[in-house]
Design a protein around this ligand. Structure first.
Ligand SMILES: CC(C)(COP(=O)(O)OP(=O)(O)OC[C@H]1O[C@@H](n2cnc3c(N)ncnc32)[C@H](O)[C@@H]1OP(=O)(O)O)[C@@H](O)C(=O)NCCC(=O)NCCS
Length: 182
């Protein structure tokens, strides 16, 4: 039986998303704190968008097909080619659309894009042990727990331990040309 079509689609984040993005981040402060800090003002947004300039990081909005509403955001961060061919994910739901399965579908679409189009081989999600919603999300997606990285990311004013969760591309995988042959 074929799967129902996704209710969401990924849209590359652009500078014209600024006002919508900032007001959704402001409305989501209670959901995001203390796990995620996103730009909430025009100035922060403009500075933050510079991270996407050189292609090392890619940013997307998860939009609900039917309404166009932004249900959340996903970043494919720190893309490394060569023998690694991997990246790490950052993601957050926006409060008005949270808890309805949109982020699960958004991450499924992100994995498909990363493995099929970008031809990445590995994606990581680094998550604090108390962040139950995020742990549930990556478990649902088939990520595997690899271990605890002490003081791994600077979040909410301190270096926090993070659980390292990862998933690799399903076979058959077509390598990116930047993968060395031997
Ligand atoms: C982690 C986070 C992105 C999850 O977002 P979310 O909106 O809750 O994600 P989803 O809606 O896809 O999944 C949540 C629940 O909705 C359920 N759900 C509700 N309606 C659904 C539907 N129609 N279809 C599918 N699932 C549905 C899912 O089963 C899931 O339930 P469960 O986890 O209680 O079993 C969100 O909690 C968040 O933004 N947290 C703060 C930022 C953060 O921590 N980022 C990650 C840092 S590592």
């Amino acid at each position: 039986m074929s799967e129902p079509p996704p209710r969401i689609e990924l849209h590359p984040l652009t500078r014209s998303d600024q006002d919508e993005f900032c007001s959704l981040v402001q409305a989501s402060a209670g959901l995001h704190r203390p796990w995620m800090q996103l730009p909430a003002t025009a100035r922060e947004f403009r500075a933050w968008m510079r991270r996407f300039d050189d292609g090392t990081n890619l940013g997307f909005l998860v939009r609900v097909r039917e309404t166009g509403a932004a249900a959340g955001m996903v970043n494919i961060n720190s893309i490394i080619r060569g023998r690694y061919q991997g990246a790490s994910l950052g993601y957050a739901a926006f409060t008005p659309s949270a808890g309805r399965g949109y982020m699960t579908e958004g991450l499924v679409a992100t994995l498909r894009y990363a493995f099929n189009d970008l031809r990445l081989h590995r994606l990581e999600a680094n998550i604090q042990s108390a962040n139950e919603a995020s742990l549930a999300l990556v478990r649902r997606l088939g990520f595997h727990y690899e271990g605890l990285s002490p003081g791994y990311l600077y979040i909410d004013g301190a270096w926090r331990d993070h659980e390292r969760w990862a998933i690799t591309a399903p076979a058959p995988w077509t390598p990116d040309p930047s993968l060395p042959e031997i």
